[in-house]
Design a protein around this ligand. Structure first.
Ligand SMILES: [Cu+2]
Length: 511
């Protein structure tokens, strides 16, 4: 028999055997069915039909809500309880990147919203309060709710009002919640999402560290990192062309001194959600392998996973044991999002080196980009000064230095010394000296073809860096001009904007 036919025949035989069971139960059949029941129980929780453990017992308890990246402690409960959740909707302006602000709509004042943790079988009394100074009505749809709209229909809340509804958490799992007020996409794009964990009755295995991370895509009228206040861009949102893709609602939310931290020898569990509104996340941690992934936030785990897919409006839990100290970079492996839209966070592990496991060096600027710097404060300071017209060369140089590390140093090296025969030096470059204006042009339009720098010939290609905004080009160019014995000078944001519109410089010009 060919394999497929044999499988079919077997399946048919099994179906017959199962169908025969209830009718004639001999001793042997009993044993067989017991075994079948037990193995079925092992890989089937019974879902919502088995999730009602009766009425709540004891006094009502207030849910512990935490701000990201914190996760509330395990409930530790062994019986169903009545749990009160009080969540406030707050519309507020917050940074989305250094020197860039955005009007977020939030659950609990943060993006993502407060983390909620309950136990399967709990009765949740949900209070949603919309702050009086809000401009919009809001509601909440919790994916962990069994019932039409997931709570949305019962929770429509005008500014200055509050609403209340109750649900029983029948299914264990990690669930997204979000606002579902029209236009739904806009409310979600403005940051209205978070996670609710419904623990299985026996709880989750204990780990050393738990973190709450949530991805979201954002749409601003200005370019990526264009400074100042940036309004929401509905057109870009509909086209699904995000300006930012972020973990925890702002660039740098989880880098520098806000990086997640752990120690070697510890087991880390991440609760990762994806608020969308549009993108699916290819979630990956550079330098780690997930020992376990509870894919889609469900009950079963897969082991030894590199990258896990998290749908918009979905979540996953993952666990790994930390062996080697250093920086681990959380990314959406749709990789332009990590390096050009902000989807990058850092988990820093402290501990003893373990050369037998990993002999290499710490992850460098190739992966960390400009996040290798402890922070990008200098960039924000420069941008703020630029808007008031008080920007000094010194501020530009500081900002440019931070940006250079993540954008140019890969090729031209951290001190601008270049790499002989491959990347020309920027330090004491006679090419720059011959015409300092060329720096901004080379940055924006790239350079190709033969070029002689300090007596050495190069014939290669520098890709245009037109993704940088005018501020960034001005600051990097000013930094280069004022470093390593170059002639000095200053490039303004306006000049950078002009160069962007002008035609590229020819590499061989002037030589
Ligand atoms: Cu809303």
């Amino acid at each position: 028999m060919p394999p497929i036919t044999r499988t079919l025949a077997l399946t048919a035989a099994m179906a017959l055997a199962v169908a025969a069971l209830p009718g004639c139960r001999g001793k042997q059949d009993d044993a067989a069915s017991d075994k079948a029941d037990r193995s079925a129980a092992a890989d089937d929780t019974g879902g919502s039909a088995k999730g009602d453990f009766g009425p709540p017992q004891g006094q009502p308890v207030d849910a512990v809500l935490t701000q990201p990246p914190q996760v509330p402690p395990a409930t530790g409960r062994k019986a169903p309880a009545k749990v009160i959740v009080k969540l406030d909707v707050i519309e507020k302006e917050m940074p989305i990147s250094e020197g860039v602000t955005y009007t977020f709509w939030t659950f609990g004042g943060t993006v993502p919203g407060s983390f909620i943790r309950v136990r399967q079988g709990d009765t949740v009394e949900f209070h949603l309060r919309n702050m009086p100074d809000s401009k919009m009505p809001h509601n909440i749809d919790l994916h962990g709710v069994t019932g039409p709209g997931g709570g949305a229909a019962s929770s429509f809340t005008a500014p200055g009002h509050s609403s209340r509804f109750t649900f029983k958490a029948l299914n264990a799992g990690l669930y997204v919640y979000h606002c579902a007020t029209a236009p739904v996409g806009m409310h979600v794009a403005n940051g209205m999402y978070g996670l609710i964990l419904v623990e299985p009755p026996e709880g989750l295995p204990a780990v050393d560290k738990e973190f709450y991370v949530m991805q979201g895509d954002f749409y601003t009228t200005g370019k990526y990192r264009e400074k100042g206040h940036q309004p929401f861009d509905m057109e870009k949102a509909i086209e699904e062309h995000p300006t930012y893709v972020l973990f925890n609602g702002s660039e740098g939310a989880l880098t520098g001194d806000k990086a997640l931290s752990a120690k070697t020898g510890e087991t880390v569990r991440l609760y990762v959600g994806n608020g969308g509104p549009n993108l699916v996340s290819s979630f990956h941690v550079i330098g780690e392998i997930f020992d376990k992934v509870w894919y889609e936030g469900g009950t079963k785990f897969q082991e030894n996973v590199q990258t896990t897919l998290i749908p918009a409006g979905g979540a996953a839990m993952m666990e790994f044991h930390m062996e080697v100290p250093g920086s681990y970079v959380l990314v959406d492996h749709s990789i332009f999002r990590a390096f050009n839209k902000g989807a990058l966070a850092i988990l820093k592990a402290d501990g003893e080196e373990r050369k037998a496991i990993y002999s290499g060096k710490e992850v460098d600027y190739v992966y960390l980009g400009d996040r290798a710097q402890p922070n990008m404060q200098a960039v924000a300071t420069a941008a703020a000064a630029a808007t008031t017209g008080a920007l000094t060369v010194d501020e530009q140089v500081k900002a440019g230095k931070a940006l250079f590390a993540g954008t140019c140093a890969t090729c031209h090296q951290p001190e601008g010394q270049g790499l002989e025969g491959v990347f020309p030096p920027l330090a004491a470059s006679d090419y720059i000296k011959a015409d300092p204006k060329r720096v901004a042009s080379v940055i924006l339009h790239g350079l190709q073809g033969p070029v002689k720098v300090n007596g050495k010939d190069y014939n290669s290609l520098m890709p245009p860096m037109s993704q940088l905004n005018d501020d960034e080009v001005a600051n990097i160019a000013t930094y280069v001009l004022n470093s390593w014995s170059n002639p000095g000078g200053k490039v303004s944001k306006e000049e950078a904007a002009q160069v962007r519109k002008s035609k590229p410089a020819n590499a061989s010009e002037g030589h």
